[in-house]
Design a binder for this molecule. Sequence first.
Ligand SMILES: [Zn+2]
Length: 339
Amino acid sequence: MNARYRIARTSRRGLLRGGLATAGVAAAALAAVLAAPFAFAQSAETDKPAAPAAAPAEPARVVASFSILGDLVKQVGGPLVTVDLLVGPNGDMHAFQPSPADSRKLAGAKLVVMNGLGLEGWAERMIKASGYTGPVVIAAKGLKPLAKPAGGHGHDHGHGHDHGRDDPHAWQSVASVKLYVANIRDGLAAADPANKATYAANAEAYLKTLDALDRDIKAAFDGIPKDKRRVITAHQAFRYYGAAYGIDFRGAKGVSEESEPSAREIADLIKLIKKEKVRALFVENISNRRLLDRIAQETDAKVGGTLYSDALSEPSGPAPTYVDMMRANTKALADALKG
Ligand SMILES: [Zn+2]
């Protein structure tokens, strides 16, 4: 690590002491990080001749709040970063409550990446408790959010994780994730300026992959009439997907709860499916085979498989990366709607 870099790091710690957690403060912190190396470069150069920027001996450690963001950081950072997750594959983002062990993950991290839009209501307290004073990237910064569906989005667990009125599930639209990638790229470049060009090149390549993904998702629904694109999901996390790709996602009383729906709720659900001509249901929480069979017998709707909403699968599963997740969801939806 050369002298210039070390001075910049020290000044950043000084500048940012005092905690940062809201998107606004984090953005200001990021701006300070961007400014710091430049501001101190000159005084460093008067002391000693500037050493050429060298790649760090070991990868930069980045903490991401959940698995989908973690994958995006890996795509942009490549071997220059290692990623620690607060909520891992198959984890429930909405039920997360950080423990002291989670706080400790922030120690020594070079960058923290959060979604924003109220998803990480616990972030401010956690960052303060951890003593972390480095930069925080809000991946959704600059995004125009959709409002939350009325009546919550399916698994708020009733204990106060649901802050704000924005729908946080913006990663379900590829166009939104392109903004996430740009914010992550800029955050990595600011935290590790020596490798700025590599982060830029990785991001550019990945953005092309995302463009291809976006085209493929649109093509998957070609030929399915608009009025036959009506889907009920247990977790109302797909409104960004619906807006981007023309799918009408609905919630239904009974299927949006953690517990099994009652017989009455199933009867109401069947009525709703018929009336609204719903084509497919993705209701992971209805495990009762008899009830699913009844829905299939009494309506034309198909009961689809799994939609990945807030977490990737394990590496061996069908959705180990963001691109895999979007392809798996799209296949499940298109198969069910075509049927
Ligand atoms: Zn969710």
